[in-house]
Design a protein around this ligand. Structure first.
Ligand code: GLC
Length: 423
């Protein structure tokens, strides 16, 4: 069933040591930055992976990562995608651009709730050690899940995002149609910082960036009020990343909550609602899980790595196994963020082609749990690409070449928690 991280007494290889050194170097005291320079704050789903990495050698520190994340939770239950713990002028858009008023300076959108699944894992690793800490987090985690169900669920029951950054797959083709509907007039002058750290050919384009910033300005203008933002929102895209990750989170919370005798009332119904809602993400024309523009119903027609998160969410469809075989045959170095046979594929541009270790982990583990042998193949390929090219942000799925930021937290963490272990 659900897999746990390796026990802390596991033997460490030299590469394990290098991964551990990255986590330690990116530790800013209670939270970890994804990588120094390019991403100098705490990112929501990055932190959840960091926690699993820390759990290999310091379980206390692993819990702290998730606890720190929840110190940024808003009254509404939302947990922001970035927490700006300490100012860093090297990053744009910073706290002044977002203009939020949560307990900690933050962005105004969320990110996939991987932490809901990973806190129960920390608990399983050492139930005595984690029980109190899990108990304290449980109502907060439920409040976050309930916020999603209230504010990010469309008429068909699918979870949607209101900004590409919310999905964590910033420039995926999934957003193209909705982005066309955003007119970035009046966005004004701004200076990007990302392209000062990483080659512009590996980053989203100016067309995308103008719209990212325009959407942030809209949220700020509306005071990040959920009800106000829901009205006439030009960007609402139903997203398999959010849907499947939230569904798994709810399942894990139910199991762990029951084990500790916590009040799990309502969770079963929420799970059933998302199982039903997952049907809305099935693109019948293409025969795979897909995203769609909630405002006009247009499908992305994109077979992405998010499509393959179905198993992580405990949802299976035999066609998805066949699709996974096809993309692995086309791309030797891990599940590409977009199928290489899609004309929009771009091997080095972020979420339009490259393979990401943390997505591979959720896909591989989910598939293995569902009894699909390809899950182990995904793990081996991820192990190989990291071993050859290092702990970088993402990889060209055709050549394996390193891309994006270096010394990356979640790639190191995924090595420790999953990719690096002997099969
Ligand atoms: C990029 C990624 C996002 C991640 C962040 C920090 O914005 O697209 O998923 O959380 O970087 O690593």
């Amino acid at each position: 069933m659900m897999t746990d991280t390796l026990p802390p007494e596991a033997v460490f290889s030299e590469r394990d040591e290098a991964a551990r050194a990255i986590l330690i170097a990116n530790d800013r005291g209670g939270y970890t930055v994804p990588t120094a320079g390019l991403y100098p704050y705490q990112w929501n789903w990055d932190s959840a992976f960091a926690a699993l990495g820390f759990a290999r050698f310091d379980l206390n520190r692993a819990w702290a990562e998730i606890e720190t994340l929840f110190t940024g939770q808003w009254e509404s239950g939302m947990v922001p995608h970035i927490l700006f713990h300490k100012p860093d002028p090297g990053y744009f858009p910073g706290p002044d651009v977002w203009g939020c008023h949560g307990p900690i300076a933050s962005s105004g959108i969320t990110q996939p709730p991987v932490a809901l699944s990973f806190a129960p894992r920390l608990l399983r690793q050492d139930p005595d050690f984690g029980a109190e800490r899990f108990r304290a987090l449980f109502p907060k985690m439920r409040a976050w899940a309930e916020w999603f169900l209230r504010w990010r669920r469309d008429e068909k029951g699918a979870i949607f995002v209101i900004h590409p950054w919310e999905s964590g797959r910033d420039n995926a083709p999934d957003w193209d149609d909705a982005m066309e509907g955003v007119d970035p007039q009046g966005v004004g002058y701004y200076e990007r910082r990302d392209t000062q750290h990483v080659d512009a050919s590996m980053r989203p384009t100016k067309y995308d960036y103008d719209r990212y910033i325009w959407l942030v300005q809209r949220g700020k203008r509306l005071g990040w009020d959920d009800a106000a933002m829901a009205e006439g929102n030009p960007f609402r895209v139903a997203d398999p990343t959010m849907h499947f990750i939230l569904l798994r989170g709810l399942r894990e919370l139910l199991i762990a909550g029951d084990q500790l005798g916590l009040d799990t009332g309502g969770l079963e119904d929420q799970i059933a609602a998302l199982e039903e809602g997952a049907k809305a993400l099935w693109n019948p024309g293409m025969g795979f899980f897909d995203s769609y523009n909630c405002n006009n119903g247009i499908w992305s027609n994109a077979l992405t790595n998010a499509s393959f998160l179905c198993w992580f969410g405990g949802v299976s469809a035999p066609e998805m196994e066949r699709h996974l075989r096809r993309v692995l045959d086309a791309a030797p170095y891990g599940v590409p963020s977009l199928a290489p046979f899609d004309p929009r594929f771009d091997a080095k541009r972020y979420w339009r082609g490259p393979t990401w270790a943390m997505m591979n982990m959720m896909i591989g583990e989910g598939a293995s749990e569902a009894g699909i042998a390809l899950g182990e193949e995904v793990r081996q390929r991820t192990q190989e690409v990291i071993a050859k090219y290092g702990f970088v942000e993402y990889f060209d799925p055709m050549t394996g070449e390193a891309a994006g930021g270096k010394a990356f937290t979640w790639t190191a963490a995924v090595w420790l928690a999953w990719a690096g272990k002997e099969g």
